[in-house]
Write a protein that binds this ligand. Sequence first.
Ligand code: ADP
Length: 302
Amino acid sequence: QIAVVGSVNMDMVFKTPRMPVPGETLMGHSFHQVHGGKGANQAVAAARMGAKVHFVANVGDDLNGQSCVQALVQDGIDVQHVRVMAGSATGVAGILLDDAGENCIVLTTGANALMSTADIDKAGNTIAEAKLLLCQLETPLATVMHAIACARRANVKVVLNPAPAQVLADELLCQVDFLVVNETEAALLSGVAVVDVVTAERAAAALLARGAKVILLTLGALGMWVATPANAYFLAAFEVEVLDTTAAGDTFVGSFAVAMAEGRDVRAACMFAQSAAALAVTKLGAQTSIPYREAVERQLLQ
Ligand code: ADP
């Protein structure tokens, strides 16, 4: 079983011919409301890969919160530690997508920002009993650090996806077993601009030197760079037709966690996760695009 500590957001996606300018009202093409938030997305990915998932999160006492929690329950996720915060709003992402493929996003964190170390303590036993803990940075850093400390005390492996990118101390990175970063996060944490496989190798080496045990640096359509104390190597991505890359990273992280919890080696877990992430980019939206295990295994055998 896997414990996920993280965020819940409702994504409000407007498709528009172009971006509006200040003061302008623009007719859009369409609107979709999709369940999102990095924490929730990763929990859903792990659940769809077949793991028993315990999710620790905060939502507001509004319709968005109810809808997001209902979706998690439908995916078979244990929501005992998802707290409904009286008087606060669920996190919302307002997303504009234009015809040129550009996006503009306004995110209000709402109840996610109110997650406390006490919330983590209430879920302490659940975290301690998990095979693996999964965290991101859409909830306060203090709660993430508290959850990681709780996992470490119980010898639970820690997967950290430091997204959105933020400066982190070596003391935190030292406690991370698997650090999953994209180009942006890797660049911020390593000081190396990541533009290709060569710079990815350099950035990953710098991150290893900062104390994280294994670095998984995802490179979008290219694939990923893996660095462990023993070896480092590139893995190519699966070739698919891209529709929307939202939640590719989240699908990767959730699926990787499941494969590791099942005892696969790092390389096999990465290929499993890349297969899942590639399927996610062939569909629109966040949780709507996350595939199920059967399709992931099928693609791996092709
Ligand atoms: P993030 O969404 O966090 O920026 P990436 O874009 O690096 O993450 O994607 C994570 C993983 O998803 C990649 O390592 C790759 O395996 C897969 N992926 C992303 N984009 C594509 C794509 N266009 N085609 C195939 N696989 C992709």
